[in-house]
Write a protein that binds this ligand. Sequence first.
Ligand code: SF4
Ligand code: SF4
Length: 185
Amino acid sequence: MAISGVWTPSEVDVVGREEVLDFKEVGKLQECMQCGTCSASCPVAPFADFTPRQIVNMVNLGLLDVAMKSKMVFLCTTCYSCTARCPRNIPVTDVMIGLRNMAFTRKVMPSKNLAYYKDFSDMILRRGRLWEPELVLKFALKTNPMFLLAQKDAIINLFFRGKIPILPPKSGSDLKAIKNMVGKG
Ligand code: SF4
Ligand code: SF4
C-alpha cells in the first residue's frame, strides 16, 4: 500500500516517537536510506498492508497512529531478519515491538490481538512454558471457532508428525523468576 495523503499537524506525533524507541534509537531512524532491504527480508511483508521500510518511514515522520494500527506491526513474527540485514543497523524489529506496545497502552490494539497476547501471557505466568494446543484452542473459541475446521488438515498432519503435544509440558523451574521479571511474583 502506498503512503499517500495529506496529514494535518495534529496527526503527526513526533514527540510520541520516544514511546516507540528510546531517544538515541529514534535519532538512528533518520539514518534509514529507504533501501528496502528490510522489506525484501521480511517473511510476512507480502501479506501485510505496509512494508517494514514504510513503517520505519512512518515512525520517522511521526505518523504513529497509522503505523501502530497497521497489519504489518501485528503480523511481525520478530524473526529479526530485517534488523540483521539492515545496512544502517536500524532496529526495525524494535520499531515493530515498540509500536505494538504503544497500540496496547493507547488502547487501539485490535481485540483479536489483545485476546491472543492475554492468553499467551496468562499461560506463561501459569505454566512457565507455552502449550500450543491450549493457546490455539482458546484463541479460536474466542475469535473464530471455524478457524479450527478450516485448519483441520494442517492440524491432523502436524499431530501425526508428533508436532502437537497432547499433554502440557511440566512447569518450568524458573516460574518464580518469570513472575518476578514481570512484577507478578
Ligand atoms: S534496510 Fe534499513 S536502511 Fe534499508 S529501508 Fe530498511 S531500515 Fe531503512
Ligand atoms: S522481525 Fe518482523 S518486520 Fe522484521 S523481518 Fe521479521 S517479521 Fe519482518
